[in-house]
Design a protein around this ligand. Sequence first.
Ligand code: COA
Length: 202
Amino acid sequence: MIAARRWLRWPMVHLGGHRPAFTASPEGRPDIGFLADDSRHFDLFARWLYAEWSQPRGETFENRQISLRGQMHVDRLPIALTAYWEGNPAGIVSLRRTDLHTRAHVGPWLSALLVDPAYRHLGVGRDLVAATLALAGWLGYPEVWLFTPDRRSFYEELGWERVEPLAAELRQTPVPDVFRHATWITDGDVRAAGSGALPQRA
Ligand SMILES: CC(C)(COP(=O)(O)OP(=O)(O)OC[C@H]1O[C@@H](n2cnc3c(N)ncnc32)[C@H](O)[C@@H]1OP(=O)(O)O)[C@@H](O)C(=O)NCCC(=O)NCCS
């Protein structure tokens, strides 16, 4: 039960104030923050994203840098969040207006979630997902969307709702799994905005 409370209580964004700000992380959890607030490792994050997604598609490192630089905001989209584990860069995620051309009218979208292999299976990915939902709630969005070609079970475990594929998506290879989740906001305690359900882990 104590463990469950801990999952639910982190990460939190402060309500009020002129901009979103994440609370300090408890022991054993990554520090989550905005790339815009700490760009010391900008090139490292850009290299990770380039190797994972740009290079296989034949896109350039320069374009990836430009795209990431455009995400250095804190209170307007697109926004890149970063995770640090004991002071070391561990992961990154984006919240952006659109991501899947077949669903241009819903959003915002959680995109480009990436955890350095050295820090996987520690909960960094899960915390970045939770932070994205909290941030979107702070920004006033009722839900967040994402698609994944191959990580369906990861998001199902986190309580995301998979939606029916559209005809145009069924023609893609692989067919993307599209998910949505109500956002949640925090005010000293965590509460759900919308569905009332938060991802719970034992
Ligand atoms: C998908 C990805 C972001 C997950 O990151 P992560 O930090 O390892 O995620 P978590 O630690 O929160 O959870 C991952 C797994 O670790 C397990 N886990 C979490 N905390 C754990 C802990 N303390 N001890 C043991 N296992 C744990 C989770 O159950 C989960 O299990 P699974 O791999 O069987 O699904 C990461 O693998 C990655 O960057 N992959 C490449 C890029 C990618 O696919 N991105 C997603 C695009 S849709």
